[in-house]
Design a protein around this ligand. Structure first.
Ligand SMILES: Nc1nc2c(c(=O)[nH]1)N[C@H]1C(S)=C(S)[C@@H](COP(=O)(O)OP(=O)(O)OC[C@H]3O[C@@H](n4cnc5c(=O)[nH]c(N)nc54)[C@H](O)[C@@H]3O)O[C@H]1N2
Ligand SMILES: Nc1nc2c(c(=O)[nH]1)N[C@H]1C(S)=C(S)[C@@H](COP(=O)(O)OP(=O)(O)OC[C@H]3O[C@@H](n4cnc5c(=O)[nH]c(N)nc54)[C@H](O)[C@@H]3O)O[C@H]1N2
Ligand code: SF4
Ligand SMILES: [Mo]
Length: 902
């Protein structure tokens, strides 16, 4: 274990998405860490997106979990580990191994994952280890296994650059895999003949580079790709030789697809016949096609069929395993792929071996010398938490994931944990929505401290290396699981460092493999500790017999992993289109550009929190009108499961009848913003992955009697009013508030929210008749907090107000902002409000960009870059800048990216 801070520049890998960008981290003398992209890493060649660039801002020790806690009090590691080991052992002795469970994460390193999986499946003897990848990749895994006989992602990132047609299905690549998106955009700019098609109910930022956007109705994808298979056959585009020699099941799949002539596809997808035909023509006419798919495909009750409907079209045309072609399931988390390698899902075993297969079980059991190997798949996430609820599972260890926020039907998950006799949570932060339910909380090593490997979307294994000392008593996740294994009396957990774990993982992958399994990294077994430390990014497979390590694709030879070596077509069934009940909307959920999941890390960065500071419900303006909603109103979203209240955002990017809400806001940041409380827990029967993108909901105006906006040095608690959302700023917090009841003592409330010190000077202005209240608190000349309250959403320029708390008040006075201005919530005449931040890297707001366009100083994205620097670093905001430029050039009205700027 690395205990000392490292000096000099360390090569490591980004903590966030599955692109897996290489990062150069340099700890500075002042305690900061400078972060730049690694020019030599083959995933990013030096690029980073806004989240990667801000990694240095998220590694401070504020709100870190630094010591173990037992029953809410500080405890020694010895006491905490003993409680876990004896607690689990007791439940197993009394109720059997299936009465305990682990719920882990694609943000684990491969080494962490390997040890946790070995402990549960090999030694405790249950399949009950599942992971947040069940919510993320499970349908792709199931679809791959059905088609290929193994969970293989055949392609590479370079294929996207080399393709003549790239289809993005249910993927907002621009925001969720920004560096891959930048590579694709650059390839298209260099070769404009390349075509890009976006298939998404919403017109997302990814539409900027798309030649065609198919605004498909929810879950229309299986019908669309079934119809494509039919069109391929009708158009004579079937690769007959490939189909005959390398596949099975074509006739059945084709027969099923006959149910989808274009007219039927149109009815099932809401698309026009002409655009469907145009898409099919593009596909049949171009050989080099890559179909990239993500959560719009996976997170569906028909997700596995969607995956196979896509793969069917690639098999029929033989477009797989060759440069510039193939189906490409792009992974979400930094180590989603590594988790699949070790077998972290409840229905996998290890090293791409199957739990149901007696031969595989015997092989893994022999390798691990595990007498008690699990004999059947364990419970998948939704069922797992149900079993916690019913008391079938009596002890659960949650590590590296925040299920009270991220699981569907989240209130029910919360209640299940509240009633569970033993909940263990390993995390890096001291507060998230799951930790309050932990009997034992264990401090884990975080990014920058931990040491191991991750595998990205193109199967490239990269090192995450430590460059910071382990803070407090934090320990790496693998070491915690290994120690509990030892304390439970099991052999096989004597690892002393990550290199030893990796070595065992590599040896297992090659163990009696001889080409029978795709996952083989035997060539990386036996690495000395120094060689492991120095390991360069490498794509698997890396067989012991490989003498050359280079870029690799699977299936180039037409050989698949079913026993007969052939791939399988799957005769898929398109779901019956759900017709919404009168007044119901489809709730769609997903991501925004600058936040990561439940915000435990990106929520610490003022820069990242500035892009979108509040959760929102994106609605078509006509729907808004019909519901009687006005811009900046709050809206309550209800389903049979629960409710959430967020800000309205009207845009024509959204189709009618559908509402989009981001997943990121937890109870820590937004009292009513946990959208998964509303999302239904229905799941795909094959993969067990929940359909997180499609829940019937009703919408109604939140009848606030007052609205407020505050800036403060202190962090307000989200329970302080009916609606409260807070976000980090440079020096403090910015908070949106609203209440259902008329405020009694507004000044008292203001003191509660701002929480100034005793000495602070408190300035107030109230007009009871209009319901307007304004408060400001000063310590000396420094503003320490301000609160504006009104009966309508308060018209305070948000970024200007944030600037006042972040700046010294004297500096504000020097720039013309008086106390009177402050109370009025108005900028000084010479300080225009920059508006909602668009470029996170240089903090450039929407109003500044718009002003540059209107003044004629910048009429293109490039010119905005030259004039304001916006969009010139990570480039993640370029599509938004383009939208502002286009909107401003077309008509002088506010751009749609502006949020909560009432
Ligand atoms: N900024 C940011 N980036 C991230 C993450 C993050 O939290 N923040 N998380 C990472 C992780 S773990 C993951 S899994 C990925 C997810 O990456 P993506 O899958 O690209 O992201 P999402 O926003 O979840 O969903 C993608 C799109 O699916 C669309 N969709 C919804 N229903 C349907 C449908 O029926 N059909 C089709 N075709 N599309 C539909 C949605 O409108 C949405 O735009 O992002 C990774 N990258
Ligand atoms: N409605 C809806 N729900 C969704 C989705 C959706 O699109 N719609 N997407 C789903 C998907 S694809 C995903 S991947 C999930 C993500 O959901 P989660 O996994 O719940 O989200 P995170 O915020 O990443 O949670 C990670 C937790 O682990 C902690 N952590 C970070 N690093 C470490 C570490 O090294 N060790 C340990 N022990 N802890 C660490 C963090 O502080 C945080 O508390 O959400 C899913 N939920
Ligand atoms: S695209 Fe951004 S979040 Fe994803 S790995 Fe690269 S820098 Fe990190
Ligand atoms: Mo994910």
């Amino acid at each position: 274990m690395n205990m000392k801070p490292t000096t000099g520049t360390i090569r490591t890998t980004c903590a966030y998405c599955g692109v897996g960008c290489g990062v150069l981290a340099t700890p500075e003398a002042d305690g900061n860490v400078s972060i730049v992209g690694d020019p030599e890493h083959p995933a990013n060649f030096g690029r980073l997106c806004s989240k990667g660039s801000a990694l240095g801002e998220t590694i401070g020790l504020e709100d870190r979990l630094l010591s173990p806690r037992v029953d809410g009090r500080l405890a020694s590691w010895d006491e905490a580990l003993e409680r876990v080991a004896s607690g689990f052992s007791r439940v197993i002795a009394e109720d059997g191994p299936d009465a305990v469970a682990f719920y882990v994460s694609g943000q684990f390193l491969t080494e962490d994952y390997y040890v946790a999986n070995k402990l549960m499946k090999g030694f405790i003897g249950s399949g009950n280890i599942d992971t947040n990848s069940r919510l993320c990749m499970a349908s792709s895994v199931a679809g791959h296994r059905r088609a290929f006989g193994a969970d293989t992602v055949p392609g590479t990132y370079r294929d996207l650059e080399e393709a003549d047609l790239v289809i993005l299905v249910g993927s907002n690549l621009a925001w969720c895999h920004p560096v891959t998106y930048q590579r694709l955009a650059a390839a298209k700019a260099a070769r404009p003949a390349m075509k890009i098609v976006l298939i998404d109910p919403r017109r997302t930022a990814s539409a900027e580079i798309a030649d065609m956007h198919l605004a498909i109705e929810p879950d229309g994808d299986t019908a669309l790709f079934s119809g494509l298979l039919y069109a391929i056959a009708e158009g004579g585009a079937v690769h007959c030789d490939f189909v005959a020699r390398h596949t099975e099941g074509f006739v059945d799949a084709l027969r099923a697809s006959r149910a989808f002539p274009v007219a039927k596809v149109a009815a099932a997808t809401g698309l026009g016949e002409a655009e469907i035909r145009a898409f099919y023509d593009l596909f049949t006419a171009r050989e080099k096609v890559v179909t990239v798919y993500s959560q719009g495909v996976n997170q569906s009750v028909g997700g596995t069929d969607k995956v196979n409907a896509i793969i069917n079209c690639h098999l029929a045309t033989g477009r797989i395993g060759r440069p510039g072609m193939g189906p490409f399931s792009i992974t979400g988390q930094p180590n989603a792929m590594g988790g699949r390698e070790v077998g972290g899902l409840a229905n996998q075993l290890a090293a791409h071996m199957a739990i149901e297969n007696p031969h595989d079980r015997a092989l893994v059991g022999e390798f691990w010398q595990a007498p008690n190997i699990a004999r059947k798949p364990g419970l998948k996430a939704v069922d797992l938490f149900r079993a916690v609820e019913t008391g079938k599972v009596k002890a659960i260890w949650i590590a590296g994931t925040n299920p009270v926020v991220s699981m569907p039907d989240a209130d029910r998950v919360k209640a299940a944990l509240a009633a569970c006799p033993l909940v263990v949570v390993s995390d890096v932060v001291s507060r998230n929505d799951t930790l309050p339910f932990a009997h034992v909380a264990l401090p884990a090593a975080a990014w920058g401290e931990k040491d191991g490997t991750v595998t990205n979307s193109e199967r490239r294994i990269s090192r995450q290396r430590p460059f910071l000392p382990l803070p407090g008593e934090a320990r790496p996740d693998w070491a915690i699981f290994a120690e509990v294994g030892r304390r439970m009396g099991f052999s096989g957990f004597d690892f002393t460092n990550a290199a030893e774990v990796f070595d065992e993982h590599a040896r297992l992958s090659a163990y009696r493999n001889e080409g029978s399994r795709d996952f083989d990294i035997g060539g990386l077994a036996g690495l000395a500790s120094d060689d492991y430390d120095a390991l360069d990014p490498v794509q698997w497979p890396v067989k012991a017999s490989d003498n050359e390590i280079g870029e690799k694709r699977f299936f180039a030879d037409g050989r698949f992993y079913h026993p007969d070596g052939r791939a399988r077509f799957v005769a898929v069934r398109a779901p019956v289109r759900e017709t919404a009940a009168n007044g119901e909307f489809v709730l769609n959920t997903g991501r925004v550009r600058d936040h990561w999941h439940t915000m435990t890390r990106t929520g610490r960065s003022a820069r990242l929190s500035a892009h979108i500071a509040e959760p929102f419900a994106e609605l078509h303006p006509e729907d808004g009108k019909q519901l009687g909603l006005k811009p900046a109103d709050l809206v309550t979203i209800r389903s049979a499961h629960g409710s959430a209240t967020v800000r309205c955002l009207f845009t024509k990017r959204q189709m009618r009848g559908s509402v989009f809400v981001p997943i990121h806001w937890s109870g820590e940041f937004a009292g009513t913003g946990r959208i998964d409380a509303v999302v239904r827990p229905s799941f795909d029967p094959i993969s067990g992955q929940p359909g997180l993108k499609n829940t019937p909901v009703t919408l109604s105006r939140f009848r606030a009697s007052w609205y407020g906006f505050a800036v403060s040095l202190n962090r307000p608690e989200t329970s302080a009013s009916d609606y409260l959302v807070t976000a980090r700023t440079g020096a403090g917090w910015r908070t949106e508030l609203a209440g259902l009841e008329v405020l009694g003592d507004a000044a008292d409330f203001a003191r509660h929210i701002i929480a100034p010190s005793q000495e602070a000077e408190f300035v107030a202005y109230s007009d009871a008749k209009t319901g307007t209240h304004r408060f400001a608190a000063f310590e000396g000349s420094r503003l320490v907090g301000a609160l504006w309250i009104a009966r309508e959403p308060v018209a305070v320029a948000r970024n200007w107000a944030v600037g006042q708390i972040d700046a010294d008040a004297r500096a504000s006075e020097a720039t013309g902002v008086s106390r009177a201005h402050l109370l009025a919530g108005r900028t000084g005449a010479d300080r225009p409000d920059p508006g909602a931040i668009v470029c996170a890297c240089f903090s450039i707001g929407v109003n500044e960009i718009a002003a540059a366009v209107v003044s004629g100083q910048a009429l293109s994205v490039e010119a905005v870059g030259r004039h304001l620097k916006a969009g010139t670093n990570c480039g993640s905001c370029r599509s938004e800048i383009k939208a502002i430029v286009d909107a401003k050039r077309a008509e002088p009205q506010p751009a749609e990216t502006e949020l909560s700027e009432a």
